[in-house]
Design a protein. Structure first.
Length: 323
């Protein structure tokens, strides 16, 4: 048995919507009391000190004051995958378990990635523009191309990357993964070591970036790496904007070093209005929404409840960070 605090205020920027049914599901899993709060200020005023905090750790201010003064706190679990704000805060130094929900977004993001690839292949962004202009656009842009037989290179063959590879195989595409441990993985035709990035780039018609942002991965795709890609290749970033050297990417797109980019993330976010990326016909931009879907909240609660079973059984919880 353990008490849980659910700390989260719904917003359009973070598409999670927890219902009373979700609260009841968590209560059933933890066997204790679940207290729900919309802000850290409200939580601090309540005096509630729970053993477990279930909250958002992906962006914005973190509940440092509550975590610091709550002597009962043993576990901080975020329903985000990204944890940069948490790990930069004092929370990271506390003697508690910290974990995230990496993996729950995988299938949704994979659908988005395939959407970017198909939209680019079939020239949909250009055709949508011509539709609004009432112009019959055939023959006015590059010829559409097919997906089958092409190669998808996935930089970060984790949960998201593997979900992308699974869908790509359904389109009869060849898949290459890059990961620290290059053992064979289902849905990949080839798995390469992290130091073989250039090899992956040279072979791929589509390069999908799905690695976490760390000091090691910041700007891992820069001028030199972009020069290794095929001239007709599409770069898809569903990781974090800082993984790419954005200025180098703009230069590569302008020079035709690569054919296009699909960016769900930028550096910074939101993308400044004067960024050249807005007006590039070979760029697809989405506002960090590749994982957004109504089912996401339920997936987050299901994952948390599964982790609760491990915690209550005295077993390590999944997805521990920095431990």
């Amino acid at each position: 048995m353990a008490d849980v605090v659910l700390l989260f205020a719904p917003s359009k920027k973070v598409p999670f919507y927890f219902t009373n049914a979700h609260v009841e599901q968590i209560a059933s899993a933890c066997g204790g009391k679940v207290s729900r709060f919309l802000s850290e200020e409200e939580l601090l005023k309540s005096g509630v000190q729970a053993e477990i905090l279930f909250t958002w750790g992906g962006t914005g201010d973190m509940p440092v004051a509550y975590c610091r003064q709550n002597e009962r706190l043993k576990w901080f679990h975020s329903f985000s995958a990204g944890m940069d704000p948490v790990m930069r805060s004092e929370i990271a130094s506390l003697p508690i378990v910290i974990s995230n929900s990496s993996g729950i977004h995988a299938r949704i993001i994979a659908e988005s990635v395939m959407g970017y690839i198909l939209a680019f292949n079939r020239t949909f962004p250009f055709m949508f523009q011509k539709q609004r202009e009432h112009v019959w656009g055939k023959g006015l842009t590059r010829d559409p191309v097919e997906a089958f037989g092409k190669t998808v290179g996935i930089v970060g063959a984790g949960a998201i990357g593997t979900a992308v590879a699974k869908i790509a195989k359904a389109f009869d595409m060849r898949t290459i993964g890059l990961r620290r441990n290059p053992q064979p993985v289902p849905c990949y035709d080839e798995v390469l070591r992290n130091d073989q990035l250039d090899n992956l780039l040279a072979k791929s018609d589509y390069v999908v970036v799905s690695v976490p942002l760390t000091p090691e991965t910041r700007h891992m795709i820069g001028e030199d790496q972009l020069s290794k890609m095929k001239p007709g290749a599409l770069l898809v970033n569903v990781a974090r904007g800082g993984v790419l050297d954005q200025e180098a990417l703009i230069r590569a797109l302008s020079a035709g070093t690569i054919a296009g980019a699909a960016l769900d993330v930028t550096d910074p976010e939101p993308l400044p209005p004067d960024s050249p990326l807005w007006n590039m016909e070979n760029v697809i931009l989405t506002p960090h929404m590749s994982a957004d879907a109504p089912i996401l909240s339920q997936l987050a609660v299901d994952f948390f409840c599964g982790s609760l079973k491990c915690y209550l059984a005295g077993e390590p919880v999944p997805n521990q960070i920095g431990r």
